[in-house]
Design a binder for this molecule. Structure first.
Ligand code: TRP
Length: 453
């Protein structure tokens, strides 16, 4: 791909931009990771912290990424080089690429699970099972050495294939239609879940906070998940916004993406927790929560298997529009700066991320006892990326915009050179300068046990 800005591909228009950015944000994070994180960290209190993190930290970080990416019109590393020549800020971009590899590796594994569940729903394999049997089925599946790896490879090939096809034909086309459909099916699931006998305890778990259940680690998990869910801190949004056109209203886009992402997560929570309590599933069951809970709900619906197929298809699509955004971070860099062809860069990155994903998958079975820092391979990659690299990346990104790029440049970019009114600008600067950095630093140090309150 050419180095020249004029030849860079762009998203085609407003809807395409929002669909692509929301497609990146909305994914397994909302439907798989959010509920189990909330379940592990005490429910409602976690959710309140999470929403605070989204509003006070996530939104300013997203805006900062947009400012950097669209101003520089470059990949995550070259953007820092262009805006701060000769300074070491590009290291932030490098950290992002490393994190993107880690996330994509385990992301592909979980996305592979959704493919298996499409298959299982089609063949009606849950019919007549009780909740315990459904739980065992899941455990047996992820613990097996072959099937999950097979589906992981299938998913990664799909991801690579779409990125191979390029931005406009690949990324955009798939996001536009299918995300709204996911919303529709979540509404149906919510209604079914709320009307289950015994749903009340689940709703209380979701909406009645018990702050004594919050730990320092829980706070860090809420922050890390805010970054994870909004695709922040590793240069994804820098890369995507480098394809935005100069008329796009960055602030409105960021708000729309953030609201949509949060809404989908909450709706997933409403679909899952009433059922968790109705079927006596452990809320802190961990990564299997969605896969163990929802099949029980589908069994309680007339024509449930159709909903089940549809749901897991849409979840797989949501995962795809996210995984391509991670792959795009790497490909944009390798293709533009290392002068490798876009196609070769795509193949190489896909292969590496797939290979790293294999031990992630096996850590649920044959490699379960291989522990590094007390965590299996899967959890280690998840923790290192979302609780360490993303918060540090997010911190660096807001600091960069405030102290290196400076106020005038940020205002110029957010107002499209003065064309838009930016009344919110002082708030943005305040959040980016003070709230976000201080909060990230405190939560981070406290969560790692380096600082105790
Ligand atoms: N946000 C996506 C999700 O919720 C995952 C994702 C895509 C991501 N790109 C990212 C996470 C970049 C962190 C960084 O499923």
């Amino acid at each position: 791909m050419s180095q020249e800005i004029s030849k860079r591909e762009q998203f085609s228009g407003k809807l395409g931009i929002i669909a692509a950015a929301a497609g990146s944000a909305i994914g397994l994070g909302n439907i798989w990771r959010f509920p189990y994180m909330a379940g592990k960290n005490g429910g409602a209190a976690f959710i309140i912290l999470y929403i605070l993190c989204i509003a006070l930290i996530g939104l300013p970080v997203m805006l900062s990424e947009f400012v950097i990416g669209r101003r520089a019109k470059k990949n995550a590393i070259a953007s820092f080089r262009r805006l701060a020549p000769g300074k070491p800020w590009f290291i932030v971009g490098w950290m992002g690429i490393a994190a993107a590899f880690m996330i994509l590796s385990f992301y592909g594994v979980v996305a592979g699970w959704t493919l298996e569940y499409i298959f299982k729903s089609l063949t009606g394999s849950f019919a007549g099972m009780d909740p315990a049997a459904i739980g065992k089925e899941f455990g047996d599946f992820i613990g097996s050495p072959v099937r999950p790896v097979f589906w992981q490879v299938v998913f990664m090939v799909l991801t690579g294939g779409i990125v191979y096809a390029g931005i406009k034909d690949g990324i955009e086309k798939y996001s536009k239609i299918l995300m709204p459909l996911l919303l529709v099916i979540l509404v149906v699931l919510d209604v079914r879940a709320i009307t289950l006998a015994g749903a009340g305890d689940g709703l209380a778990f979701l909406f009645k906070p018990d702050f004594s259940s919050i730990t320092a680690e829980g706070f860090l998990a809420a922050l890390g998940h805010a970054f994870f869910s909004l695709s922040l801190g590793i240069g994804t949004m820098i890369t995507y916004s480098s394809y935005f056109d100069k008329k796009q209203d960055l602030a409105t886009t960021a708000v729309q993406v953030t609201v949509a992402d949060t809404l989908i997560a909450l709706m997933a929570g409403i679909a899952i927790f009433p059922a968790v309590f109705a079927f006596n599933i452990e809320p802190s069951a961990g990564p299997g929560l969605v896969f163990v809970t929802l099949p029980n709900v589908f069994l309680q619906m007339p024509g449930g298997w159709i909903f089940s197929v549809l749901f897991f298809v849409l979840l797989a699509v949501a995962a795809l529009t996210s995984s391509i955004s991670m792959l795009e971070v790497m490909v944009a860099y390798f293709a533009e700066d290392l002068n490798i062809s876009r196609k070769k860069a795509t193949i190489a990155s896909t292969v590496v991320a797939t290979l790293v994903g294999v031990p992630c998958s096996l850590s649920n079975g044959v490699m379960a006892d291989v522990k590094i820092f007390g965590k299996n391979f899967f959890d280690l990659l998840d923790f290192t990326s979302s609780s360490v690299l993303m918060p540090i990346g997010g911190l660096m990104i807001v600091l960069f915009v405030c102290w290196v790029l400076k106020e005038d440049a940020a205002k110029d970019e957010l107002s499209n050179g003065g064309a838009l009114k930016v009344k919110f600008f002082p708030w943005f600067m305040f959040a980016a300068r003070f709230i976000a950095p201080v909060a990230i630093a405190l939560v981070f140090l406290n969560g790692l046990g380096l600082l105790k309150f």
